[in-house]
Design a protein around this ligand. Structure first.
Ligand code: ASP
Length: 430
């Protein structure tokens, strides 16, 4: 390939994919895209998913153990979790302000409402059936009864829990048992090996992104008339989500970087491009995680912070998802002619924050977890039928914010610990 930075290649792949998918859809030939091009995208995504679980395990164990004292771990963990929660709450608040200002859904006619719900009825009941709604159960389930099962079913929150405990145990053991450092080193090297695999996989990223985009667009464009109709009735809702995501990015992350770090937001924004493009085309923060780690290391965030804070963030921190859930809940209420008072909107902040934490970092889970939010404010769950058809593009956008939020917090935490180095990749010392 001629010398062009990787993010340009990915961007070219993305644009070409959109164009190809669009042409295929309007010329009435989307099937070949779905049959023959989509598998390339799935292959690429599988490669990324393949490394997501081992990466979280190895890098968290190594990251925790290399912090070497539990008080430092507690401090970094505490700061990260606090920032994750605060940024998510702000994101939801921004979403709610936006949806209250623009009031999308208020003018939807009964006929449009009915047809939207009807079109997606079967899928909606499928989604609702999948929703695990009890928050208490979700909390209890963070502790895996069998960590190997958690690994094999990619239950990320459970993997994170197990990895944290294993890392802490190794740290404690290293004070008493000689040779523990070797075990920690093994985890470190395995995590480095996974990052090495990422470099290899990223060589085909432009093709993977091309295929993913082409199939998303071809699929959406299968029925262009219906799409146009959807866009016109749901345009206000989609516009509100996207605008609020953008405002959160510009306002919250940029200000955080400016106030708490010496990293210029320009350098940050530039380093984040590959991760954001991948988040956009894959709709999965877990699949994007290896690239997010690489991106923050590029701006100098120490590996021991990146490898601990980011896997945690990819699992629990979803600013974009929380924001989207807030907007979606109010939009559905609007469309169904219900008014949500301030108390209900505050309930949305709380439940959307919890729901976003419980959302798995893979495509399309945010909308399933939306059920929790709707239940909390007594909005009929079937209302998700209104927004199901346009969920994918919004999923792509909110995943970009999810990933950027993780990276911002990692940068702020590293900076507060004096763990930002200029220019090179830094390995944790074990
Ligand atoms: N796709 C999102 C992510 O991976 C989760 C969601 O909102 O569905 O971050």
């Amino acid at each position: 390939m001629p010398k062009l930075a990787m993010h340009w290649w990915i961007l070219i792949g993305l644009a070409a994919g959109v164009a190809y998918g669009y042409v295929a859809a309007v010329t009435g030939n989307p099937t070949h895209v779905l049959d023959y091009i989509a598998p390339i995208g799935r292959l690429f995504l599988n490669l990324l998913k393949m490394i997501a679980v081992p990466l979280v395990l190895f890098s968290l164990v190594a990251g925790v153990a290399s912090l070497n004292d539990t008080s430092k771990l507690g401090r970094i963990g505490g700061k990260s979790i606090a920032l994750y929660l605060v940024t998510t709450a702000i994101a939801i608040a921004i979403g709610l302000v936006a949806v209250n200002i623009f009031g999308p859904g208020k003018g939807l006619s009964q006929a449009t409402r009915d047809s939207l719900i009807k079109q997606t009825e079967s899928q909606t009941s499928e989604k609702l059936a999948n929703a695990d709604v009890s928050i208490i159960d979700q909390l209890v389930n963070i502790v895996p009864t069998n960590p190997f099962e958690a690994l094999s079913s990619a239950a990320m929150l459970q993997v994170v829990f197990f990895a944290l405990m294993l890392g802490i145990a190794l740290t404690k053991l290293s004070r008493r048992v000689e040779g523990t450092a070797h075990v920690i080193k093994v985890f470190q090297l395995l995590s480095d090996a996974i990052i090495e695999m990422v470099q290899m996989i990223m060589k085909i990223a432009p093709f993977g992104v091309f295929a993913m985009m082409a199939s998303v667009v071809a699929d959406l464009g299968k029925e262009p008339g219906q799409l146009a109709e959807l866009m016109s009735s749901l345009g206000g809702y989609m516009g509100t989500v996207v605008l609020a995501l953008f405002v959160h990015y510009l306002l919250v992350y940029t200000v955080m970087l400016k106030v708490f770090t010496r990293v210029s937001w320009r350098d940050f924004a530039k380093a984040m491009i590959p991760a954001q493009l991948l988040a956009f085309s894959s709709s999965s923060s877990a699949a994007t995680l290896p690239i997010t780690i690489r991106s923050v290391e590029k701006i100098g965030v120490d590996e021991e912070v990146a490898s601990f804070v980011l896997p945690l963030g990819a699992t629990i921190n979803m600013d974009g998802t929380g924001l989207y859930q807030g907007v979606a809940a109010v939009f559905i209420a609007n469309a169904l002619g219900m008014d949500l008072d301030l108390g209900q909107q505050l309930t949305i902040v709380l439940t959307a924050a919890l729901a976003s934490i419980g959302t798995a970092a893979v495509p399309g889970v945010g909308i399933v977890m939306l059920v929790i939010v709707l239940k909390a404010v007594d909005v009929p769950e079937a209302g998700i039928g209104l927004i199901l058809a346009v969920d994918r593009p919004l999923d792509m956008c909110r995943t970009v914010l999810n990933v950027t939020g993780d990276a911002t917090v990692a940068t702020v935490v590293a900076s507060s610990e004096g763990l930002i180095h200029k220019g090179e990749r830094h390995h944790a010392k074990t």
